[in-house]
Design a protein around this ligand. Structure first.
Ligand SMILES: Nc1ncnc2c1ncn2[C@@H]1O[C@H](COP(=O)(O)OP(=O)(O)OP(=O)(O)O)[C@@H](O)[C@H]1O
Length: 617
Protein backbone atom coordinates (compact mmCIF):
# COMPACT_ATOMS: atom_id res chain seq x y z
CA UNK A 1 0.00 0.00 0.00
CA UNK A 2 0.96 3.57 -0.57
CA UNK A 3 1.76 4.44 3.03
CA UNK A 4 4.18 1.58 3.52
CA UNK A 5 5.78 2.19 0.14
CA UNK A 6 6.25 5.82 1.10
CA UNK A 7 7.81 4.76 4.39
CA UNK A 8 10.03 2.34 2.53
CA UNK A 9 11.06 5.09 0.20
CA UNK A 10 11.94 7.36 3.08
CA UNK A 11 14.13 4.75 4.72
CA UNK A 12 15.75 3.99 1.42
CA UNK A 13 16.30 7.63 0.69
CA UNK A 14 18.08 8.13 3.95
CA UNK A 15 20.20 5.07 3.32
CA UNK A 16 21.35 6.37 -0.02
CA UNK A 17 21.76 9.95 1.00
CA UNK A 18 18.34 11.21 0.15
CA UNK A 19 19.14 11.58 -3.49
CA UNK A 20 17.05 8.96 -5.10
CA UNK A 21 13.57 9.00 -6.38
CA UNK A 22 11.91 5.93 -7.71
CA UNK A 23 9.03 6.25 -9.97
CA UNK A 24 6.86 3.30 -10.52
CA UNK A 25 4.80 4.72 -13.27
CA UNK A 26 2.20 1.99 -13.12
CA UNK A 27 0.71 3.23 -9.90
CA UNK A 28 2.92 6.19 -9.14
CA UNK A 29 4.35 4.72 -6.04
CA UNK A 30 8.03 4.35 -5.37
CA UNK A 31 9.79 1.13 -5.96
CA UNK A 32 13.38 0.38 -5.49
CA UNK A 33 16.35 -1.81 -5.71
CA UNK A 34 18.22 -1.78 -2.43
CA UNK A 35 16.55 -4.13 -0.09
CA UNK A 36 13.03 -2.79 0.08
CA UNK A 37 10.28 -4.94 -1.34
CA UNK A 38 8.25 -3.97 -4.31
CA UNK A 39 6.42 -5.66 -7.10
CA UNK A 40 9.13 -6.02 -9.63
CA UNK A 41 6.97 -6.79 -12.56
CA UNK A 42 5.27 -3.42 -12.14
CA UNK A 43 8.38 -1.31 -12.14
CA UNK A 44 8.55 0.80 -15.24
CA UNK A 45 11.38 3.13 -14.36
CA UNK A 46 14.25 2.49 -12.07
CA UNK A 47 16.47 5.42 -11.24
CA UNK A 48 19.50 5.07 -9.00
CA UNK A 49 21.73 7.87 -10.20
CA UNK A 50 24.70 9.06 -8.18
CA UNK A 51 23.98 7.09 -5.03
CA UNK A 52 27.42 5.59 -4.49
CA UNK A 53 26.55 2.09 -5.64
CA UNK A 54 29.79 0.22 -5.98
CA UNK A 55 31.04 -3.23 -6.85
CA UNK A 56 29.47 -5.60 -9.32
CA UNK A 57 25.84 -5.40 -10.24
CA UNK A 58 24.38 -8.49 -8.54
CA UNK A 59 23.35 -11.19 -11.00
CA UNK A 60 19.62 -11.81 -11.24
CA UNK A 61 18.68 -8.30 -10.17
CA UNK A 62 16.95 -7.53 -13.43
CA UNK A 63 15.36 -10.86 -14.15
CA UNK A 64 11.87 -9.90 -12.90
CA UNK A 65 11.83 -6.36 -14.17
CA UNK A 66 10.01 -7.35 -17.30
CA UNK A 67 8.16 -4.05 -17.67
CA UNK A 68 11.21 -1.89 -17.19
CA UNK A 69 11.48 0.89 -19.73
CA UNK A 70 14.09 3.08 -18.16
CA UNK A 71 17.08 1.97 -16.16
CA UNK A 72 19.42 4.60 -14.83
CA UNK A 73 22.44 3.60 -12.78
CA UNK A 74 24.63 6.43 -13.95
CA UNK A 75 27.13 8.27 -11.80
CA UNK A 76 27.94 5.37 -9.52
CA UNK A 77 31.05 3.27 -9.08
CA UNK A 78 29.76 -0.02 -10.45
CA UNK A 79 32.38 -2.44 -11.68
CA UNK A 80 32.49 -5.62 -13.74
CA UNK A 81 30.18 -6.72 -16.51
CA UNK A 82 26.61 -5.88 -17.24
CA UNK A 83 24.76 -8.96 -15.94
CA UNK A 84 23.11 -11.05 -18.60
CA UNK A 85 19.70 -11.02 -16.90
CA UNK A 86 19.29 -7.50 -18.26
CA UNK A 87 18.33 -9.39 -21.43
CA UNK A 88 14.96 -10.16 -19.83
CA UNK A 89 14.09 -6.46 -19.76
CA UNK A 90 12.83 -6.68 -23.29
CA UNK A 91 10.80 -3.48 -22.99
CA UNK A 92 13.81 -1.38 -22.16
CA UNK A 93 13.92 1.89 -24.03
CA UNK A 94 16.40 3.91 -22.05
CA UNK A 95 19.57 2.56 -20.55
CA UNK A 96 21.87 4.94 -18.74
CA UNK A 97 24.99 3.39 -17.32
CA UNK A 98 27.39 6.24 -17.94
CA UNK A 99 30.06 7.27 -15.49
CA UNK A 100 30.66 3.95 -13.80
CA UNK A 101 33.63 1.62 -13.92
CA UNK A 102 31.98 -1.12 -15.95
CA UNK A 103 34.27 -3.20 -18.08
CA UNK A 104 34.48 -6.02 -20.59
CA UNK A 105 33.11 -6.01 -24.08
CA UNK A 106 29.69 -4.52 -24.66
CA UNK A 107 27.66 -7.73 -24.27
CA UNK A 108 25.88 -9.15 -27.29
CA UNK A 109 22.59 -9.59 -25.44
CA UNK A 110 22.28 -5.84 -25.40
CA UNK A 111 21.75 -5.96 -29.13
CA UNK A 112 18.66 -8.07 -28.55
CA UNK A 113 16.99 -5.18 -26.70
CA UNK A 114 15.59 -3.89 -29.91
CA UNK A 115 13.32 -1.26 -28.32
CA UNK A 116 16.26 0.74 -27.03
CA UNK A 117 15.99 4.40 -27.93
CA UNK A 118 18.58 5.99 -25.66
CA UNK A 119 21.75 4.17 -24.77
CA UNK A 120 24.50 5.79 -22.78
CA UNK A 121 27.51 3.71 -21.79
CA UNK A 122 29.94 6.61 -21.81
CA UNK A 123 32.74 7.09 -19.26
CA UNK A 124 33.27 3.43 -18.36
CA UNK A 125 35.99 0.90 -19.14
CA UNK A 126 34.25 -1.00 -21.90
CA UNK A 127 36.70 -2.60 -24.26
CA UNK A 128 36.71 -4.88 -27.30
CA UNK A 129 35.64 -4.24 -30.85
CA UNK A 130 32.93 -1.80 -31.81
CA UNK A 131 30.26 -4.40 -32.51
CA UNK A 132 28.18 -4.47 -35.67
CA UNK A 133 25.37 -5.59 -33.34
CA UNK A 134 24.43 -1.94 -32.86
CA UNK A 135 22.81 -2.22 -36.24
CA UNK A 136 20.06 -4.32 -34.61
CA UNK A 137 19.07 -1.38 -32.44
CA UNK A 138 17.08 0.22 -35.18
CA UNK A 139 15.13 2.56 -32.87
CA UNK A 140 18.22 4.15 -31.36
CA UNK A 141 18.23 7.90 -31.23
CA UNK A 142 21.05 8.31 -28.77
CA UNK A 143 24.25 6.33 -28.71
CA UNK A 144 26.90 7.55 -26.32
CA UNK A 145 30.02 5.43 -25.95
CA UNK A 146 32.62 8.08 -25.31
CA UNK A 147 35.52 7.65 -22.92
CA UNK A 148 35.82 3.88 -23.06
CA UNK A 149 38.46 1.66 -24.62
CA UNK A 150 36.61 0.44 -27.66
CA UNK A 151 38.75 -0.69 -30.57
CA UNK A 152 38.48 -1.29 -34.25
CA UNK A 153 36.54 0.68 -36.77
CA UNK A 154 33.08 2.13 -36.49
CA UNK A 155 30.67 -0.10 -38.42
CA UNK A 156 28.20 1.40 -40.86
CA UNK A 157 25.11 1.97 -38.81
CA UNK A 158 22.84 1.88 -41.82
CA UNK A 159 19.86 0.41 -39.97
CA UNK A 160 19.96 2.99 -37.22
CA UNK A 161 18.14 5.58 -39.21
CA UNK A 162 16.95 7.88 -36.42
CA UNK A 163 20.23 8.55 -34.70
CA UNK A 164 20.22 12.07 -33.28
CA UNK A 165 22.96 11.96 -30.70
CA UNK A 166 26.19 10.10 -31.17
CA UNK A 167 29.51 10.23 -29.38
CA UNK A 168 32.45 7.82 -29.51
CA UNK A 169 35.16 10.27 -28.58
CA UNK A 170 38.14 9.18 -26.50
CA UNK A 171 38.24 5.50 -27.38
CA UNK A 172 40.83 3.51 -29.31
CA UNK A 173 38.99 3.50 -32.60
CA UNK A 174 40.60 3.72 -35.99
CA UNK A 175 39.65 3.80 -39.62
CA UNK A 176 37.31 6.20 -41.31
CA UNK A 177 34.10 7.75 -40.10
CA UNK A 178 31.23 6.03 -41.91
CA UNK A 179 29.47 8.24 -44.40
CA UNK A 180 26.20 8.16 -42.47
CA UNK A 181 27.84 9.62 -39.38
CA UNK A 182 29.63 12.45 -41.14
CA UNK A 183 26.99 14.94 -40.11
CA UNK A 184 27.87 14.68 -36.42
CA UNK A 185 30.34 17.22 -35.14
CA UNK A 186 34.05 16.64 -34.64
CA UNK A 187 33.49 16.42 -30.92
CA UNK A 188 31.71 13.13 -31.44
CA UNK A 189 34.87 11.51 -32.77
CA UNK A 190 37.84 13.27 -31.19
CA UNK A 191 40.46 11.35 -29.26
CA UNK A 192 40.62 8.33 -31.57
CA UNK A 193 42.67 7.48 -34.63
CA UNK A 194 39.81 8.20 -36.93
CA UNK A 195 39.82 10.08 -40.17
CA UNK A 196 37.41 11.39 -42.73
CA UNK A 197 34.68 13.94 -42.44
CA UNK A 198 34.11 15.74 -40.06
CA UNK A 199 37.75 15.08 -39.10
CA UNK A 200 40.68 15.43 -41.44
CA UNK A 201 40.80 13.45 -44.65
CA UNK A 202 42.06 9.90 -44.57
CA UNK A 203 45.36 8.91 -46.09
CA UNK A 204 44.90 8.05 -49.70
CA UNK A 205 41.67 9.90 -49.90
CA UNK A 206 42.32 11.75 -53.08
CA UNK A 207 39.63 14.33 -52.61
CA UNK A 208 42.04 17.07 -51.77
CA UNK A 209 45.15 15.22 -52.73
CA UNK A 210 46.82 15.87 -49.44
CA UNK A 211 47.06 12.27 -48.44
CA UNK A 212 47.05 13.27 -44.84
CA UNK A 213 47.20 10.78 -42.03
CA UNK A 214 44.66 10.80 -39.25
CA UNK A 215 45.40 13.48 -36.76
CA UNK A 216 44.56 13.22 -33.13
CA UNK A 217 42.73 16.28 -32.11
CA UNK A 218 42.18 17.23 -28.55
CA UNK A 219 42.47 13.84 -26.92
CA UNK A 220 41.97 14.56 -23.29
CA UNK A 221 43.41 11.19 -22.43
CA UNK A 222 40.06 9.71 -21.64
CA UNK A 223 40.53 10.69 -18.03
CA UNK A 224 37.76 9.66 -15.78
CA UNK A 225 36.22 11.95 -13.30
CA UNK A 226 36.49 10.88 -9.72
CA UNK A 227 33.33 9.15 -8.73
CA UNK A 228 31.74 9.93 -5.47
CA UNK A 229 28.53 9.21 -3.73
CA UNK A 230 27.62 12.78 -4.28
CA UNK A 231 28.02 12.56 -8.02
CA UNK A 232 25.27 14.35 -9.74
CA UNK A 233 22.64 12.69 -11.77
CA UNK A 234 22.42 13.36 -15.45
CA UNK A 235 19.13 13.91 -17.05
CA UNK A 236 17.63 12.12 -19.92
CA UNK A 237 17.35 14.27 -22.93
CA UNK A 238 14.34 13.76 -25.08
CA UNK A 239 14.36 14.52 -28.73
CA UNK A 240 17.02 17.05 -29.53
CA UNK A 241 15.21 18.25 -32.55
CA UNK A 242 13.51 21.45 -31.60
CA UNK A 243 9.84 21.09 -32.12
CA UNK A 244 8.03 23.81 -33.92
CA UNK A 245 6.89 26.00 -31.10
CA UNK A 246 3.48 27.45 -30.93
CA UNK A 247 3.20 31.14 -30.76
CA UNK A 248 0.45 32.56 -28.71
CA UNK A 249 -1.84 34.79 -30.60
CA UNK A 250 -1.93 36.90 -27.47
CA UNK A 251 1.74 37.61 -27.40
CA UNK A 252 1.87 40.20 -24.72
CA UNK A 253 5.46 41.05 -25.38
CA UNK A 254 4.58 41.98 -28.91
CA UNK A 255 1.50 43.83 -27.86
CA UNK A 256 3.41 45.79 -25.31
CA UNK A 257 5.89 47.02 -27.81
CA UNK A 258 3.30 48.56 -30.03
CA UNK A 259 1.42 51.66 -29.39
CA UNK A 260 -2.12 52.12 -30.44
CA UNK A 261 -4.23 54.79 -31.81
CA UNK A 262 -7.59 55.03 -30.23
CA UNK A 263 -10.35 56.35 -32.37
CA UNK A 264 -13.04 56.96 -29.88
CA UNK A 265 -12.84 53.52 -28.35
CA UNK A 266 -10.41 51.00 -27.08
CA UNK A 267 -8.71 48.45 -29.24
CA UNK A 268 -8.55 44.82 -28.31
CA UNK A 269 -5.65 42.46 -28.52
CA UNK A 270 -7.00 41.07 -31.74
CA UNK A 271 -7.14 44.58 -33.14
CA UNK A 272 -3.48 44.85 -32.35
CA UNK A 273 -2.73 41.48 -33.83
CA UNK A 274 -4.59 42.50 -36.94
CA UNK A 275 -2.26 45.37 -37.49
CA UNK A 276 -2.91 47.99 -34.87
CA UNK A 277 -0.78 50.96 -35.68
CA UNK A 278 -0.20 54.54 -34.91
CA UNK A 279 0.79 56.87 -32.19
CA UNK A 280 0.61 56.70 -28.49
CA UNK A 281 -2.53 57.76 -26.79
CA UNK A 282 -3.29 58.63 -23.26
CA UNK A 283 -5.36 57.06 -20.57
CA UNK A 284 -7.35 60.22 -20.88
CA UNK A 285 -8.42 59.14 -24.32
CA UNK A 286 -9.76 55.96 -22.87
CA UNK A 287 -11.00 57.05 -19.53
CA UNK A 288 -11.96 60.61 -20.24
CA UNK A 289 -14.56 59.45 -22.70
CA UNK A 290 -16.36 57.88 -19.83
CA UNK A 291 -15.33 60.34 -17.17
CA UNK A 292 -15.82 63.63 -18.78
CA UNK A 293 -17.06 63.60 -22.27
CA UNK A 294 -17.93 61.46 -25.19
CA UNK A 295 -20.60 58.97 -24.26
CA UNK A 296 -20.67 60.18 -20.69
CA UNK A 297 -24.21 60.17 -19.48
CA UNK A 298 -23.66 62.68 -16.76
CA UNK A 299 -20.81 60.91 -15.01
CA UNK A 300 -18.76 62.94 -12.61
CA UNK A 301 -16.27 65.32 -14.10
CA UNK A 302 -13.04 64.53 -12.43
CA UNK A 303 -10.04 66.61 -11.82
CA UNK A 304 -7.99 67.65 -8.87
CA UNK A 305 -10.89 69.50 -7.38
CA UNK A 306 -13.58 67.14 -8.60
CA UNK A 307 -15.93 65.06 -6.62
CA UNK A 308 -14.15 61.83 -7.31
CA UNK A 309 -10.57 60.97 -6.68
CA UNK A 310 -8.31 58.07 -6.81
CA UNK A 311 -8.57 56.23 -3.53
CA UNK A 312 -5.24 54.84 -2.38
CA UNK A 313 -4.87 51.89 -0.08
CA UNK A 314 -3.05 51.71 3.21
CA UNK A 315 0.35 53.25 3.17
CA UNK A 316 0.71 53.42 -0.57
CA UNK A 317 2.69 56.49 -1.40
CA UNK A 318 0.49 58.90 -3.29
CA UNK A 319 2.84 59.63 -6.09
CA UNK A 320 0.17 60.66 -8.54
CA UNK A 321 -3.42 61.70 -8.72
CA UNK A 322 -6.16 61.08 -11.19
CA UNK A 323 -5.10 63.95 -13.40
CA UNK A 324 -1.64 62.48 -13.73
CA UNK A 325 -3.20 59.20 -14.64
CA UNK A 326 -5.40 60.78 -17.25
CA UNK A 327 -2.41 62.49 -18.80
CA UNK A 328 -0.34 59.33 -18.91
CA UNK A 329 0.41 57.68 -22.22
CA UNK A 330 -1.01 54.23 -22.38
CA UNK A 331 -1.06 51.04 -24.29
CA UNK A 332 -3.35 48.06 -24.17
CA UNK A 333 -1.93 45.09 -22.33
CA UNK A 334 -4.82 42.80 -22.95
CA UNK A 335 -8.44 42.14 -22.42
CA UNK A 336 -9.47 39.87 -19.59
CA UNK A 337 -12.59 38.64 -17.90
CA UNK A 338 -13.15 41.78 -15.92
CA UNK A 339 -12.15 44.38 -18.44
CA UNK A 340 -9.16 45.73 -20.28
CA UNK A 341 -5.72 46.27 -18.78
CA UNK A 342 -3.50 49.18 -19.82
CA UNK A 343 0.04 50.11 -19.18
CA UNK A 344 0.14 53.76 -18.19
CA UNK A 345 3.38 55.72 -18.18
CA UNK A 346 2.97 58.75 -15.94
CA UNK A 347 4.80 61.93 -16.68
CA UNK A 348 6.86 61.57 -13.54
CA UNK A 349 8.33 58.42 -14.98
CA UNK A 350 6.22 56.06 -12.96
CA UNK A 351 4.56 53.20 -14.78
CA UNK A 352 1.40 51.56 -13.51
CA UNK A 353 -1.12 49.04 -14.79
CA UNK A 354 -4.69 50.25 -14.95
CA UNK A 355 -7.56 47.85 -15.16
CA UNK A 356 -10.75 49.28 -16.49
CA UNK A 357 -13.53 47.11 -15.13
CA UNK A 358 -16.62 46.31 -17.09
CA UNK A 359 -19.97 45.02 -15.90
CA UNK A 360 -19.71 46.21 -12.33
CA UNK A 361 -23.31 46.26 -11.19
CA UNK A 362 -22.90 46.48 -7.44
CA UNK A 363 -23.38 49.70 -5.50
CA UNK A 364 -20.52 52.02 -4.65
CA UNK A 365 -20.76 51.07 -1.01
CA UNK A 366 -20.53 47.38 -1.76
CA UNK A 367 -17.73 47.98 -4.26
CA UNK A 368 -15.81 49.95 -1.67
CA UNK A 369 -16.19 47.25 0.95
CA UNK A 370 -15.08 44.53 -1.39
CA UNK A 371 -12.21 46.36 -3.02
CA UNK A 372 -10.89 47.37 0.37
CA UNK A 373 -10.55 43.72 1.27
CA UNK A 374 -8.53 43.23 -1.91
CA UNK A 375 -6.45 46.34 -1.25
CA UNK A 376 -5.65 45.12 2.26
CA UNK A 377 -4.02 41.97 0.94
CA UNK A 378 -0.35 42.49 1.45
CA UNK A 379 2.17 39.89 0.43
CA UNK A 380 5.36 40.00 -1.59
CA UNK A 381 3.96 37.43 -4.02
CA UNK A 382 0.82 39.36 -4.88
CA UNK A 383 0.53 42.16 -7.42
CA UNK A 384 -0.24 45.11 -5.16
CA UNK A 385 -3.46 46.99 -5.80
CA UNK A 386 -2.51 50.60 -5.11
CA UNK A 387 -5.65 52.55 -5.76
CA UNK A 388 -9.10 52.52 -7.27
CA UNK A 389 -11.47 54.91 -8.87
CA UNK A 390 -15.23 54.52 -8.79
CA UNK A 391 -17.80 56.55 -10.63
CA UNK A 392 -21.09 55.59 -12.12
CA UNK A 393 -19.66 54.97 -15.53
CA UNK A 394 -16.11 54.07 -14.83
CA UNK A 395 -14.31 51.79 -12.45
CA UNK A 396 -10.53 51.74 -12.54
CA UNK A 397 -8.06 49.70 -10.55
CA UNK A 398 -4.43 50.79 -10.37
CA UNK A 399 -1.82 48.10 -9.86
CA UNK A 400 1.96 47.99 -9.84
CA UNK A 401 3.13 47.36 -13.35
CA UNK A 402 4.87 44.02 -13.82
CA UNK A 403 7.39 44.69 -16.52
CA UNK A 404 8.14 41.12 -17.56
CA UNK A 405 4.52 40.38 -18.38
CA UNK A 406 2.77 37.17 -17.62
CA UNK A 407 4.05 33.65 -17.21
CA UNK A 408 1.77 32.66 -20.05
CA UNK A 409 3.48 35.06 -22.43
CA UNK A 410 6.87 33.91 -21.23
CA UNK A 411 6.05 30.25 -21.75
CA UNK A 412 4.06 30.43 -24.93
CA UNK A 413 5.04 33.73 -26.45
CA UNK A 414 7.79 34.54 -28.84
CA UNK A 415 10.63 32.06 -28.71
CA UNK A 416 12.99 34.17 -30.73
CA UNK A 417 16.58 35.01 -29.97
CA UNK A 418 17.12 37.29 -27.04
CA UNK A 419 14.34 35.66 -25.11
CA UNK A 420 15.12 34.81 -21.51
CA UNK A 421 15.78 31.08 -21.31
CA UNK A 422 13.37 29.50 -18.91
CA UNK A 423 15.75 27.38 -16.93
CA UNK A 424 14.92 25.20 -13.99
CA UNK A 425 15.92 27.77 -11.42
CA UNK A 426 13.64 30.36 -12.95
CA UNK A 427 10.73 27.97 -13.32
CA UNK A 428 10.99 26.55 -9.83
CA UNK A 429 11.35 30.02 -8.31
CA UNK A 430 8.29 31.20 -10.21
CA UNK A 431 6.40 28.13 -8.98
CA UNK A 432 7.41 28.94 -5.42
CA UNK A 433 6.44 32.61 -5.66
CA UNK A 434 3.06 31.76 -7.14
CA UNK A 435 2.44 29.08 -4.51
CA UNK A 436 3.27 31.51 -1.71
CA UNK A 437 0.94 34.13 -3.10
CA UNK A 438 -1.97 31.69 -3.27
CA UNK A 439 -1.07 30.26 0.13
CA UNK A 440 -1.32 33.77 1.56
CA UNK A 441 -4.73 34.31 -0.01
CA UNK A 442 -5.95 31.01 1.44
CA UNK A 443 -4.63 31.97 4.85
CA UNK A 444 -7.09 34.86 4.95
CA UNK A 445 -9.97 32.50 5.73
CA UNK A 446 -11.30 29.09 4.73
CA UNK A 447 -13.61 30.58 2.14
CA UNK A 448 -11.08 32.88 0.56
CA UNK A 449 -9.88 31.58 -2.77
CA UNK A 450 -8.45 33.11 -5.90
CA UNK A 451 -10.86 31.48 -8.29
CA UNK A 452 -8.95 32.05 -11.50
CA UNK A 453 -5.44 30.64 -11.18
CA UNK A 454 -3.80 30.44 -14.59
CA UNK A 455 -0.53 31.42 -16.15
CA UNK A 456 -1.77 34.76 -17.47
CA UNK A 457 -2.52 35.71 -13.87
CA UNK A 458 1.02 35.04 -12.72
CA UNK A 459 2.94 38.18 -13.52
CA UNK A 460 6.65 38.76 -13.35
CA UNK A 461 8.69 41.62 -11.99
CA UNK A 462 11.81 42.98 -13.61
CA UNK A 463 13.83 40.34 -11.81
CA UNK A 464 11.34 37.61 -12.74
CA UNK A 465 9.80 37.28 -9.32
CA UNK A 466 6.31 35.85 -9.57
CA UNK A 467 3.29 37.82 -8.39
CA UNK A 468 -0.25 36.55 -8.37
CA UNK A 469 -2.73 38.96 -9.90
CA UNK A 470 -6.46 39.28 -10.40
CA UNK A 471 -7.50 38.12 -6.97
CA UNK A 472 -10.76 39.20 -5.45
CA UNK A 473 -12.26 40.57 -8.65
CA UNK A 474 -14.85 37.84 -9.17
CA UNK A 475 -17.02 39.34 -6.41
CA UNK A 476 -17.06 42.73 -8.08
CA UNK A 477 -18.13 41.58 -11.48
CA UNK A 478 -21.58 40.92 -12.80
CA UNK A 479 -22.72 37.57 -14.17
CA UNK A 480 -21.62 38.38 -17.72
CA UNK A 481 -18.01 38.42 -16.57
CA UNK A 482 -17.89 34.79 -15.61
CA UNK A 483 -17.69 32.56 -18.66
CA UNK A 484 -14.19 33.60 -19.65
CA UNK A 485 -12.53 30.99 -17.44
CA UNK A 486 -10.07 28.74 -19.09
CA UNK A 487 -11.38 25.18 -19.22
CA UNK A 488 -8.00 23.56 -18.82
CA UNK A 489 -7.44 24.95 -15.33
CA UNK A 490 -10.90 24.31 -13.95
CA UNK A 491 -11.24 21.55 -11.37
CA UNK A 492 -13.76 18.89 -12.38
CA UNK A 493 -16.05 19.60 -9.43
CA UNK A 494 -16.46 23.30 -10.24
CA UNK A 495 -19.85 23.93 -11.77
CA UNK A 496 -20.36 27.57 -10.82
CA UNK A 497 -17.27 29.55 -11.82
CA UNK A 498 -18.05 32.06 -9.10
CA UNK A 499 -17.85 29.41 -6.42
CA UNK A 500 -14.32 28.12 -6.52
CA UNK A 501 -13.01 26.44 -3.38
CA UNK A 502 -9.44 26.52 -2.14
CA UNK A 503 -9.06 22.91 -3.29
CA UNK A 504 -10.18 23.96 -6.75
CA UNK A 505 -7.45 26.64 -6.67
CA UNK A 506 -5.01 23.84 -5.82
CA UNK A 507 -6.19 21.93 -8.88
CA UNK A 508 -5.67 24.97 -11.11
CA UNK A 509 -2.25 25.48 -9.58
CA UNK A 510 -1.42 21.84 -10.34
CA UNK A 511 -2.28 22.45 -13.99
CA UNK A 512 -0.14 25.58 -13.91
CA UNK A 513 2.78 23.54 -12.57
CA UNK A 514 2.29 21.03 -15.36
CA UNK A 515 2.32 23.91 -17.82
CA UNK A 516 5.58 25.17 -16.31
CA UNK A 517 7.19 21.75 -16.54
CA UNK A 518 5.92 20.68 -19.93
CA UNK A 519 5.85 24.04 -21.69
CA UNK A 520 2.45 23.06 -23.04
CA UNK A 521 -0.65 25.19 -22.71
CA UNK A 522 -3.75 23.67 -21.11
CA UNK A 523 -7.00 23.39 -23.00
CA UNK A 524 -8.27 26.72 -24.33
CA UNK A 525 -5.61 28.72 -22.54
CA UNK A 526 -4.49 30.42 -25.72
CA UNK A 527 -6.56 32.13 -28.33
CA UNK A 528 -7.17 29.98 -31.38
CA UNK A 529 -5.33 27.06 -29.89
CA UNK A 530 -6.80 23.89 -28.53
CA UNK A 531 -4.13 23.15 -25.95
CA UNK A 532 -3.99 19.83 -24.13
CA UNK A 533 -5.73 18.28 -21.18
CA UNK A 534 -2.50 18.51 -19.22
CA UNK A 535 -3.28 16.25 -16.25
CA UNK A 536 -4.47 13.46 -18.56
CA UNK A 537 -1.65 13.93 -21.00
CA UNK A 538 1.02 13.82 -18.31
CA UNK A 539 -0.54 10.74 -16.74
CA UNK A 540 -0.60 8.95 -20.06
CA UNK A 541 2.96 9.83 -21.01
CA UNK A 542 4.26 8.80 -17.63
CA UNK A 543 2.31 5.57 -17.78
CA UNK A 544 3.04 4.66 -21.35
CA UNK A 545 6.50 5.91 -21.93
CA UNK A 546 9.02 7.51 -19.71
CA UNK A 547 8.76 10.36 -17.31
CA UNK A 548 11.47 12.45 -18.84
CA UNK A 549 9.54 12.80 -22.05
CA UNK A 550 6.96 15.06 -20.44
CA UNK A 551 9.42 17.82 -19.64
CA UNK A 552 9.87 20.89 -21.77
CA UNK A 553 12.90 20.38 -23.99
CA UNK A 554 14.38 23.57 -22.66
CA UNK A 555 14.39 22.09 -19.16
CA UNK A 556 16.20 18.94 -20.13
CA UNK A 557 19.47 20.78 -20.39
CA UNK A 558 19.55 21.08 -16.63
CA UNK A 559 20.87 17.70 -15.85
CA UNK A 560 21.62 17.91 -12.19
CA UNK A 561 18.09 18.50 -11.03
CA UNK A 562 16.29 15.55 -12.49
CA UNK A 563 15.05 14.42 -9.13
CA UNK A 564 13.64 17.79 -8.26
CA UNK A 565 11.93 18.01 -11.63
CA UNK A 566 10.30 14.64 -11.12
CA UNK A 567 9.30 15.65 -7.59
CA UNK A 568 7.66 18.81 -8.88
CA UNK A 569 5.91 16.76 -11.52
CA UNK A 570 4.62 14.40 -8.85
CA UNK A 571 3.42 17.36 -6.79
CA UNK A 572 1.64 18.79 -9.83
CA UNK A 573 -0.09 15.48 -10.44
CA UNK A 574 -1.12 15.34 -6.77
CA UNK A 575 -2.55 18.87 -6.96
CA UNK A 576 -4.52 17.97 -10.06
CA UNK A 577 -6.08 14.90 -8.44
CA UNK A 578 -9.68 14.50 -9.59
CA UNK A 579 -11.02 14.31 -6.02
CA UNK A 580 -10.63 17.52 -4.00
CA UNK A 581 -9.92 15.62 -0.78
CA UNK A 582 -6.89 13.98 -2.33
CA UNK A 583 -5.27 17.30 -3.15
CA UNK A 584 -2.74 18.82 -0.76
CA UNK A 585 -3.38 22.18 0.85
CA UNK A 586 -1.71 25.22 -0.62
CA UNK A 587 0.61 25.56 2.36
CA UNK A 588 1.74 21.96 1.91
CA UNK A 589 2.32 22.69 -1.75
CA UNK A 590 4.35 25.82 -1.00
CA UNK A 591 6.42 23.95 1.55
CA UNK A 592 7.20 21.10 -0.84
CA UNK A 593 8.28 23.51 -3.56
CA UNK A 594 10.42 25.39 -1.08
CA UNK A 595 12.15 22.16 -0.10
CA UNK A 596 12.86 21.14 -3.63
CA UNK A 597 14.11 24.60 -4.53
CA UNK A 598 16.48 24.35 -1.60
CA UNK A 599 17.69 20.92 -2.64
CA UNK A 600 18.22 21.98 -6.25
CA UNK A 601 20.25 24.99 -5.23
CA UNK A 602 22.35 22.64 -3.15
CA UNK A 603 22.78 20.42 -6.20
CA UNK A 604 23.98 23.46 -8.07
CA UNK A 605 26.59 24.17 -5.46
CA UNK A 606 27.67 20.53 -5.46
CA UNK A 607 27.98 20.68 -9.17
CA UNK A 608 30.08 23.79 -9.05
CA UNK A 609 32.35 22.13 -6.53
CA UNK A 610 32.69 18.96 -8.52
CA UNK A 611 32.55 20.87 -11.79
CA UNK A 612 32.02 17.68 -13.72
CA UNK A 613 31.05 18.85 -17.18
CA UNK A 614 27.98 16.81 -17.80
CA UNK A 615 27.76 16.64 -21.51
CA UNK A 616 26.05 13.31 -21.58
CA UNK A 617 22.45 12.53 -21.17
N1 LIG B 1 -0.12 44.64 -13.22
C1 LIG B 1 0.17 44.24 -14.45
N2 LIG B 1 1.38 44.44 -14.97
C2 LIG B 1 1.70 44.02 -16.21
N3 LIG B 1 0.83 43.38 -17.02
C3 LIG B 1 -0.42 43.16 -16.57
C4 LIG B 1 -0.82 43.58 -15.27
N4 LIG B 1 -2.09 43.20 -15.09
C5 LIG B 1 -2.48 42.58 -16.22
N5 LIG B 1 -1.49 42.56 -17.12
C6 LIG B 1 -1.50 41.97 -18.45
O1 LIG B 1 -2.66 42.39 -19.11
C7 LIG B 1 -3.31 41.29 -19.74
C8 LIG B 1 -4.78 41.36 -19.40
O2 LIG B 1 -4.89 41.11 -18.02
P1 LIG B 1 -6.23 40.78 -17.31
O3 LIG B 1 -5.93 40.44 -15.90
O4 LIG B 1 -7.19 41.86 -17.58
O5 LIG B 1 -6.77 39.51 -18.09
P2 LIG B 1 -6.30 38.00 -18.09
O6 LIG B 1 -5.39 37.75 -16.95
O7 LIG B 1 -5.81 37.68 -19.44
O8 LIG B 1 -7.67 37.25 -17.90
P3 LIG B 1 -8.59 37.21 -16.60
O9 LIG B 1 -9.21 38.53 -16.48
O10 LIG B 1 -9.56 36.13 -16.91
O11 LIG B 1 -7.72 36.91 -15.43
C9 LIG B 1 -2.68 40.03 -19.22
O12 LIG B 1 -2.15 39.28 -20.27
C10 LIG B 1 -1.57 40.46 -18.32
O13 LIG B 1 -0.34 39.92 -18.73
Amino acid sequence: DLASERAALLSLRSSVGGRTLFWNATNQTPCNWAGVQCEHDRVVELHLPGVALSGQIPAGIFSNLTQLRTLSLRFNALTGHIPSDLASCTNLRNLYLQRNLLSGPIPDFLFGLSDLVRLNLGFNNFSGQFSTGFNNLTRLRTLYLENNQLQGSIPDLDNVVNLEQFNVSNNLLNGSVPLKLESFSQDSFLGNSLCGKPLSLCAGDGRNGSGSVPIEIGNNGGKKKKLSGGAIAGIVIGSVKSSSKKTSSVDVSTVKDRELEVNGGEKTVSDVENGGHGNGYSVAAVAAAALTGNGNKGGEVVNGGGAKKLVFFGNSVRLFDLEDLLRASAEVLGKGTFGTAYKAALEAGLVVAVKRLKDVTISEKEFKEKIEVVGAMDHESLVPLRAYYFSRDEKLLVYDYMSMGSLSALLHGSKGAGRTPLNWELRSTIALGAARGIEYLHSQGPNVSHGNIKSSNILLTKSYEARVSDFGLAHLAGPSSTPNRVDGYRAPEVTDPRKVSQKADVYSFGVLLLELLTGKAPTHALLNEEGVDLPRWVQSVVREEWTSEVFDLELLRYQNVEEEMVQLLQLAVDCAAPYPDKRPSMSEVAQSIEELCRSSSKEDQDQIQQHAPISDI
